[in-house]
Design a protein around this ligand. Structure first.
Ligand SMILES: N[C@@H](CCC(=O)N[C@@H](CS)C(=O)NCC(=O)O)C(=O)O
Length: 219
């Protein structure tokens, strides 16, 4: 994505497979904010644990975003900041009730699923199988919650017929469930239908982890 004259590119510190990084990457793409991504390998090299990275993000997780001469951490704080500073195109539904519905879906994902399957938990299980059982349990439970919520709220997107933050949280978490946790989505009919259509949404397909991985390999 090219920077406009006089505009400083934002820098996203992320990891290709990280769902939290994909939320931010997709938001930057949707709002057409020029950025470059620097890879922090949270799996093999565990670069997030270095003192240098800790100066950027005290939680030693991805993402971190340098933008507007400051550094932001926590993906949902970043999404909100980008929404408040670059209002169009908007990622918020247009009534308080619909925004609350959107946040119910976001919270289910960002608090109820993502932290309970985070790769950072893995070293804290003495048997790898236990990590897998634990993460699958919480992911499945979250998927069922999403199915119940989305049956009531969705149209062509998570909340009605307008793309919102909920969609940009949903797709990365589902990709993660299908790939890392090898879960099948078919039994969650609303969830799986949305996943199929949302994957074609430009801001999500342009920022898909596989594209980021391939870009990294060819660089
Ligand atoms: N609440 C944080 C969660 C960040 C997070 O857990 N990031 C994961 C990747 S999606 C990570 O960096 N994991 C590595 C670790 O915990 O060591 C956010 O939304 O930014």
């Amino acid at each position: 994505m090219a920077a406009l004259a006089g505009e400083t590119r934002a820098i996203l510190y992320g990891f290709w497979l990280s769902s939290c990084s994909w939320r931010v990457r997709a938001t930057l793409a949707y709002k057409q904010i020029p950025f470059e991504e620097k890879s922090i390998d949270i799996v093999k090299q565990r670069t997030q644990m270095t003192d240098e990275y800790r100066k950027l993000n005290p939680s030693q997780k991805v993402p971190a975003l340098i933008i507007d001469d400051t550094t932001l951490v926590e993906s949902m704080a970043i999404l909100q900041y980008l929404e408040e500073t670059r209002r169009t195109p908007s990622l918020l539904p247009n009534t308080p009730l619909l925004r609350a519905r959107m946040r119910e879906i976001c919270e289910t994902i960002v608090s109820g699923i993502q932290p309970l399957q985070n790769i950072g938990l893995k070293p804290h299980f003495s048997i790898e199988e236990q990590y897998s059982v634990f993460t699958k349990y919480w992911t499945r439970r979250g998927l069922q919650t999403l199915e119940d919520l989305l049956q009531k709220t969705s149209g062509s997107y998570c909340v009605g017929d307008q793309l919102s933050m909920a969609d940009l949280c949903l797709v990365p978490q589902l990709y993660n469930a299908v790939t890392r946790h090898q879960l099948k989505l078919e039994e969650y009919t609303t969830v799986s239908k949305l996943y199929e259509t949302l994957l074609k949404e430009k801001c999500l397909s342009d920022t898909h982890p596989e594209k980021i991985r391939l870009k990294k390999v060819t660089e």
